[in-house]
Design a protein around this ligand. Structure first.
Ligand SMILES: [Zn+2]
Ligand SMILES: [Zn+2]
Length: 179
């Protein structure tokens, strides 16, 4: 029993890492076409981003079914995945985005920290240069602000370098002179 609970808890914690990586490299990478709906204003109750949640649900159910048909302890791994999904729905959809008729407010310090960190994730428009991709763990607001500043500075330096490179490029320079 204790071992099963440890597997459940371990999976729940590991899912934060899986979620962080999936959000940063898949959802803000090649999977942006599905996640994009979540970063734009929308009116409906559902968004294409919910497909990720559906996939998570299928993985959890699949693991629980496998575990119950003799592949112990996969049902406890499945339960950990399901618990992560439920907490995510409660906190992300309920407390942060307030998609429901009942709108719980973030009252304790931990929930407030998650709330502000996720709002900062949404403060960046578009796919690139965002912060706070995790969910159950969130860095403090000052740290996130610094990350945003550093990224903007790096972006500006890169574009300055690019325009300098364009000026040094003879074909562009001659185009400019001819035009
Ligand atoms: Zn995102
Ligand atoms: Zn969100």
């Amino acid at each position: 029993m204790i071992l099963n609970f440890a597997i459940f808890l371990g999976t729940l914690i590991a899912m934060e890492g899986v979620g962080f990586l999936a959000h940063k490299y898949v959802m803000h990478g090649w999977g942006w076409f599905l996640h994009r709906s979540h970063h734009e204003e929308h009116l409906g109750a559902f968004e294409t981003n919910d497909i990720y949640l559906l996939a998570l649900g299928l993985v959890a159910v699949g693991l629980i079914v496998l575990g119950n048909s003799g592949h112990d302890p996969l049902q406890w791994v499945g339960a950990g995945v399901a618990a992560f999904g439920l907490i995510y729905i409660l906190v992300h959809d309920g407390v942060v985005h307030r998609h429901w008729p009942v709108r719980p407010k973030p009252r304790n310090r931990y929930l407030k920290r998650l709330y502000h960190a996720h709002l900062m994730h949404h403060a960046v428009k578009g796919r690139r240069n965002s912060v706070s991709f995790g969910f159950l763990y969130a860095p403090s607001v000052p740290i996130l602000k610094k990350q945003l500043r550093d990224m903007r500075d790096a972006e500006r330096a890169a574009s300055r370098q690019q325009s300098r490179a364009d000026l040094c490029n003879p074909s562009i320079t001659s185009d400019l002179q001819n035009g």
